[in-house]
Design a protein around this ligand. Structure first.
Ligand SMILES: [Zn+2]
Length: 443
């Protein structure tokens, strides 16, 4: 079946890659962008009235956990990619901490087969750095790259062995693929939340910022040594991104991502506060302290860290925004005491509204938010996606920046509902998601 032709009419088309920002129609034909401008009424085209809405390239999330194979109680490729489409994402990169891990050509082939069957959006696999993600034996980097891996990561676990990290970065230079690092000194990070006054008052074991920063510093040094492509995942501390900013200035090949939750939530959320920092949005109702839904790794840091991360996003120290969508079943979260609960927030369906809150507060521009979620991740992946330029694959999303809605378990397409934003009013909602010319979500 060929994809239908579409005219998405009259929206504010924001395409940072081409610099376009203005009211226009978008014509889609044969799965590609055919034209952006004033498009006549072509016969046989499906119409979508985008008057008053924003039309953008499909968002790209370089950091999600789809859980399949092995974690289907939390998420599947079907539900995880449906959640992505509902969040405006048309492409996601899935992390390899599945069971089995994505550490072999066979595992990548099996994943591709599952994605062909169940995927609602494009899925690009990130392969493990080490076999079974145990940090001991490096994977066959070149073979995995040839089998479709778009990067390497032992996300969830830091590759503690510096010699192995050196080899991974050397391979990344040869293959021109990023090594995407989760920076955490495990021994130092043996806690449940950010270490500070709040962890002490709640009596919860702390994770000091230094546990993250120490490993960022090491990986920057190894990137310098090897000339490899380092991508630092989910930077959560002000000093962590300062190290990256400095390394960039010195010519180290490093990129970095920030998560929406680290920009607007702090360790105060663990204490029950539901204020979205750096925004003018109304706070949610205070919640019980030590709600496991606020437990994430790296943890929600201090309010000062949220400010420093936002400043780093504004000044270009961060390259892009990703979600670290980390679904967990109720039994792993709300059903457990904080210290024993799983780390991770559900993120695909709330990323855009959280970023739009920063736009409304005047801290960042709408075109920049779209840039951090489209062309910048596309650059990381060396992908032709992330733009509405004629000829590009027709991955398009349309959203209403003004629509107010309440996040509830029923609104969520993800199989898991683990987010402290449940019950809060969000502003900005995806209305249409199109992948290669095919409708994947409509609200
Ligand atoms: Zn991680």
């Amino acid at each position: 079946m060929t994809a239908p032709a579409w005219v998405i009419r009259g929206g504010r088309v924001v395409d940072p890659a081409s610099g376009h920002d203005g009211v226009a129609d978008v014509l889609v034909r044969d799965g590609r962008i055919a034209a952006v401008g004033e498009v006549g009424d072509a016969a046989g085209t499906e119409r979508f009235d985008a008057t008053g809405l924003v039309v953008a390239p499909g968002l790209i999330d370089v950091h999600v956990h789809l859980r399949e194979p092995g974690g289907e109680a939390k998420e599947t490729i079907a539900t995880g990619t449906a959640a992505a489409a509902a969040g405006g994402f048309t492409a996601v990169c899935c992390m390899p901490n599945t069971a089995p891990a994505l550490d072999s050509v066979d595992a990548l082939r099996d994943l591709a087969e599952r994605v062909r069957r169940d995927g609602r959006v494009r899925v690009y696999p990130i392969a493990a750095i080490t076999r079974e993600r145990r940090g001991v034996e490096p994977v066959a980097f070149a073979a995995l790259a040839a089998a479709g891996a778009v990067g390497f990561s032992d996300d969830g676990d830091t590759t503690a062995n510096s010699a192995i990290m050196r080899r991974a970065l050397a391979a990344s230079r040869e293959l021109d693929l990023p090594v995407m690092v989760h920076c955490e000194d495990k021994a130092l990070a043996a806690g449940a939340m950010h270490e500070g006054a709040i962890s002490r008052s709640l009596g919860l074991p702390g994770i000091p910022a230094e546990a993250e920063e120490i490993v960022i510093a090491r990986d920057l040094m190894l990137a310098r040594l090897t000339g490899g492509r380092l991508h630092v995942c989910h930077v959560s501390t002000g000093r962590g991104i300062a190290l990256i900013r400095q390394a960039k200035a010195e010519g180290v090949r490093v990129t970095a991502e920030v998560m929406p939750h680290h920009l607007v939530m702090s360790d105060r959320w663990v204490a029950g506060d539901r204020t979205l920092h750096n925004t003018d949005d109304p706070a949610g109702n205070p919640a019980r302290p030590a709600d496991p839904e606020t437990k994430v790794n790296p943890p929600l840091r201090s309010v000062e860290d949220t400010r420093l991360l936002l400043a780093a996003l504004q000044d270009g120290a961060f390259d892009l925004v990703a979600t670290d969508h980390a679904p967990h079943a109720v039994a792993d979260k709300a059903g457990k005491p904080f210290a024993a609960a799983a780390f991770g927030l559900n993120g695909s369906e709330t990323a855009l509204p959280l970023m739009l809150a920063l736009v409304r507060a005047g801290h960042v521009s709408l075109p920049d938010v779209i840039r951090w979620l489209t062309i910048e991740p596309a650059k990381l992946l060396r992908s032709p996606l992330g733009t509405l330029s004629p000829g590009a694959p027709a991955d398009v999303m349309v959203f209403d920046p003004q629509e107010r809605w309440v996040l509830t378990p029923e609104t969520m397409r993800s199989k898991s509902k683990n987010t402290p934003l449940l019950g809060m009013t969000l502003l900005g909602r995806v209305r249409l998601t199109v992948v290669e010319g095919k409708e994947r979500y409509r609200a």
